[in-house]
Design a protein around this ligand. Structure first.
Ligand SMILES: C[S@@+](CC[C@H](N)C(=O)[O-])C[C@H]1O[C@@H](n2cnc3c(N)ncnc32)[C@H](O)[C@@H]1O
Length: 214
């Protein structure tokens, strides 16, 4: 009898905790969604468009990614989408930008969206920091200096989990470095690279299928 009572109590506690956390997530969803809608046409610092942010969000949620890295925060539009997705998967994001003004605005924006707890902001030169970060990561978004994309990929590859993906923005353009980057990722036998069709500027998505042969 006593055991049955304890069992029922445990079930009830579990249910109440679940109900509370789904209510919290619902409130957060509303807050973020409102923030993104209100600011949809307000991003002025080379930020990704709304659609491209949604592409990143969907990738993370679909694959249940939890350890993300963003190179190029600017004022935090893509950061908001990535952090929102991570709020669903229980993950965390490290985001890097060299520009103090922009990354400070990004901090404020993420606070307004209610997503600060999911983001670790690093003001640094990503050329050096990406080499130092331990990882492992399962999702990477590269959106800083295009002529360094290839090098970012080379530095991150050993820290990217199998099943994870390396994404890069503006790959449809003719900016310096994009051709070299795409040639490089496409030449990796253990990666499968596609370009998202819905993004005007182009987001490449390179899934790591296995570790490379020694
Ligand atoms: C295209 S913007 C990023 C836009 C951002 N992903 C968004 O959608 O809101 C590129 C950013 O990369 C940063 N950046 C450029 N070179 C960098 C470097 N070597 N290290 C860190 N950040 C860099 C710039 O300061 C700029 O804010």
């Amino acid at each position: 009898m006593r055991n049955l009572f304890l069992y029922q109590l445990m079930l009830l506690t579990g249910f109440l905790a679940y109900a509370q956390s789904s209510q919290d997530q619902k409130a957060l969803d509303q807050k973020v969604s409102q923030f993104l809608d209100q600011n949809r046409s307000e991003w002025r610092d080379m930020n990704v468009p709304y659609n491209d942010g949604k592409v990143l969000y969907d990738l993370i949620v679909k694959n249940n990614y939890t350890s993300a890295l963003e190179i190029g925060t600017s004022t935090g539009h893509s950061t908001t989408w990535i952090a929102w997705a991570l709020s669903k998967t229980g993950g965390k994001l490290i985001t890097i930008d060299i520009d103090e003004r922009r990354i400070n605005i990004a901090r404020e924006n993420l606070k307004k969206a209610g997503l600060s707890e999911f983001v670790d902001f690093r003001r640094a030169d990503a050329h050096a920091l990406v080499k130092q970060l331990e990882g492992p990561f399962d999702f990477v978004f590269s959106d800083a200096d295009k002529d360094w994309y290839r090098q970012y990929f080379i530095d991150i590859d050993p820290k990217l989990k199998v099943g994870g993906c390396f994404t890069a923005h503006n790959v449809r353009g003719s900016m310096r470095g994009i051709g070299e980057f795409l040639d490089h990722v496409r030449s990796q036998d253990n990666y499968e690279t596609t370009i998202d069709r819905t993004s005007r500027s182009g987001i490449s998505i390179s899934y790591k299928r296995s570790e490379s042969d020694p």
